[in-house]
Design a protein around this ligand. Structure first.
Ligand SMILES: C[S@@+](CC[C@H](N)C(=O)[O-])C[C@H]1O[C@@H](n2cnc3c(N)ncnc32)[C@H](O)[C@@H]1O
Length: 464
C-alpha cells in the first residue's frame, strides 16, 4: 500500500530580531563564526570560536540563519584588538580579527576537515605563513559605482553588489591602493561616469592595478562597458604625472553582464602593453589578462617547495598544466630535460613564449589549449612525462585530465591547489587512478587575512 505523502514542517528555532546569548563553536569557510540553537546554525560576522556573544538574528532561512553581534561577553584570546572592521565586514579580509598563528591553524584544519569529508586519511602539515601578512597583494580589481552623484571605488558588501567606498584595502600593496585612488580622482576630475548595472548606462565598471613586487612597474587598466573611454589621453596624462611608477595604461572593454571582470579587448593608451616582474631569478612579462600569482613573496616559497618535493632530475620530461605565463614552467626548466606548458588564455601563452625567449630557456614548449583536452591529446600521442604539475583554477581538475595523467603514467603528480575543497574531491579520483599521497599535504598562506589557502600535494604512482 502506498504511503500517504506527509508534509514535514521544519522547525526553525529562531525568528528575526530575536536576541540570543551563546558560545561561538566554529568558523565557516567564509570566515563567519558559528553559533547553534538546537543544532540550528547561525552565522555571525566577526565572531571567533570560544567567544560568548550576545547576538540579534538578522535573517532566517530554512536551514540556517544570520546574526549580528550586539555585545561580546567573553573575547577569544585569538582576537586581534582594533582589527580593521571594514576589511572584516565587507569580506576583503574576513580573518583580520584572528591572530595570524590562529589563521594558519584554521587553514590547516580546513584542509584536514575537507579530506575527512571525502573519507581520505591524510596528514596535513602546519601552514607556512608570511612574515608581514598585510599589504601583500600585487593586484587590485576594484568595482566602480556612482554614489550620491560621485564616482566611488571600493568593495562590494558581502553577498551583494552594494559598494562600500574604501581607500585602504589592507591586504593590497599600498602603491596599488594609491594607483586606484589616483585613477578614481582622475575620473572624477574629468567627469567620467561609472557604469550602472541596473540602468545599463554609464562608462567605467572596474579599475585594475597591478605592480611588480621586485620591478616596481605599475599597470593601470580601466574596464568600461562602452567601446570608447572618454578623455583617454587626458586620463593618461594625469595618471603618468601622478604615478611615477606607471609603465602601462590600458583600456579594456567588457560589455558582458557576467561576474567576469576583464573583457578580451585591450588597447594600450599610454606606455607599454605589459609590465615585467622578476621571480626566482627570471624575468616575466605580464599582460593585462594574464594570471600572475597575487602574492609574489610566498610564490617563490611555493614553487621552490613544489620543485623540491617533485625531486626533479636532469633527465626528466615534465608537463606543467594550467601554466599561465610560464612561471612554474620556466622556474624549473633548468632542472629538467624538457618541459611542456599548456594554458587556455591566449595572452598568457603569448607571454609564456616571450618569457621563455627573454630568459633564454630553450627546453620549454607552450601550447594554447584547454588543459584536459591537450593532456588527452599528449597521452594519445604517447607523451610519457616523468612528472606532471597541475595548478588549476579554483574549480579544480576534470576527470578527463585525471584519466590523461593515468594514461601518461608519470612517476610523480604534483598538485598545486588554491581550493582545498576541489583538491580533496580530485584526490579521490587521483587515488582511484593508481596514485597514493606521498607525505603530508603542505598548506601555504598565499592569501593572509582571507579564508583562502594554497597547498601542495604530491601523488606518487603506485606502479613504480
Ligand atoms: C591558478 S592559475 C596558475 C597559473 C600558473 N601556474 C602560475 O602559477 O602563475 C590557473 C591558470 O589556469 C588557466 N586555465 C583556466 N582554465 C583552463 C583550462 N580549461 N585549460 C587550460 N588552462 C586553464 C588560467 O588561465 C590560469 O593561467
Amino acid at each position: 500500500m502506498a504511503k500517504a505523502n506527509r508534509v514535514y514542517k521544519i522547525q526553525v528555532p529562531v525568528v528575526k530580531n530575536q536576541e540570543i546569548e551563546s558560545t561561538v563553536i566554529d568558523i565557516t569557510y567564509q570566515g563567519m563564526g558559528v553559533v547553534k540553537v538546537d543544532n540550528f546554525p547561525i552565522f555571525v560576522v566577526d565572531a571567533i570560536p570560544g567567544e560568548i556573544v550576545h547576538i540579534i538574528i538578522t535573517k532566517v532561512l530554512k536551514s540556517y540563519a544570520f546574526g549580528r553581534v550586539l555585545k561580546r561577553i567573553k573575547e577569544s584570546e585569538n582576537r586581534v584588538q582594533n582589527a580593521n572592521k571594514i576589511a572584516i565586514t565587507t569580506g576583503i579580509a574576513p580573518l583580520a580579527n584572528l591572530k595570524y598563528d590562529a589563521q594558519l591553524e584554521f587553514k590547516q584544519h580546513q584542509i584536514e576537515e575537507l579530506f575527512k569529508k571525502v573519507n581520505l586519511a591524510v596528514d596535513v602539515a602546519p601552514t607556512i605563513g608570511m612574515e608581514n601578512p598585510t599589504e601583500y597583494r600585487n593586484k587590485a580589481q576594484v568595482p566602480v559605482q556612482m554614489i550620491n552623484g560621485q564616482l566611488e571605488t571600493g568593495f562590494y558588501r558581502r553577498g551583494s553588489h552594494r559598494l562600500v567606498p574604501i581607500e585602504n584595502f589592507y591586504i593590497q600593496d599600498a602603491k596599488v591602493d594609491e594607483a586606484v585612488r589616483v585613477t578614481r580622482d582622475t575620473l572624477r576630475e574629468l567627469g567620467i561616469s561609472a557604469y550602472n548595472e541596473e540602468t545599463k548606462k554609464g562608462v567605467v565598471r572596474h579599475i585594475m592595478a597591478r605592480r611588480g613586487y621586485y620591478s616596481h612597474e605599475l599597470m593601470v587598466v580601466i574596464v568600461t562597458n562602452t567601446k570608447k573611454l572618454p578623455e583617454s589621453e587626458a586620463i593618461a596624462q594625469k595618471l603618468s604625472a601622478k604615478l611615477p611608477e606607471l609603465k602601462s595604461f590600458i583600456h579594456n572593454i567588457n560589455n558582458h553582464d557576467t561576474n567576469v571582470i576583464m573583457g578580451q579587448w585591450n588597447q594600450t593608451i599610454w606606455g607599454e602593453d605589459d609590465i615585467h616582474d622578476q621571480l626566482m631569478g627570471k624575468d616575466f612579462v605580464i599582460g593585462p589578462n594574464s594570471f600572475y600569482q597575487v602574492n609574489p613573496q610566498t610564490t617563490s616559497v611555493l614553487y621552490t617547495l613544489a620543485a623540491e618535493k617533485a625531486n626533479l632530475k636532469s633527465t626528466d620530461i615534465v608537463v606543467d598544466a594550467y601554466s599561465g605565463i610560464g612561471t612554474i614552467t620556466l622556474s624549473i626548466a633548468d632542472k629538467v630535460k624538457r618541459i611542456y606548458g599548456v594554458d587556455v588564455v591566449e595572452g598568457a601563452i603569448e607571454d609564456a613564449e616571450k618569457n621563455a625567449q627573454n630568459n633564454k630557456v630553450e627546453n620549454a614548449e607552450f601550447v594554447l589549449a584547454d588543459a584536459p583536452e591537450q593532456m588527452a591529446k599528449w597521452a594519445t600521442e604517447g607523451l610519457k612525462p616523468n612528472v606532471v604539475f597541475v595548478d588549476p583554477p579554483r574549480k579544480g581538475l576534470t576527470q578527463e585530465l585525471i584519466d590523461a595523467v593515468h594514461d601518461m603514467n608519470p612517476e610523480t603528480f604534483v598538485y598545486i591547489s588554491c581550493n582545498p575543497a576541489t583538491l580533496a574531491r580530485d584526490a579521490v579520483q587521483i587515488l582511484a587512478a593508481g596514485f597514493e599521497i606521498d607525505g603530508a599535504v603542505q598548506p601555504l598562506d598565499q592569501f593572509p587575512q582571507t579564508t583562502h589557502v594554497e597547498s601542495i600535494t604530491i601523488f606518487k604512482n603506485t606502479a613504480y
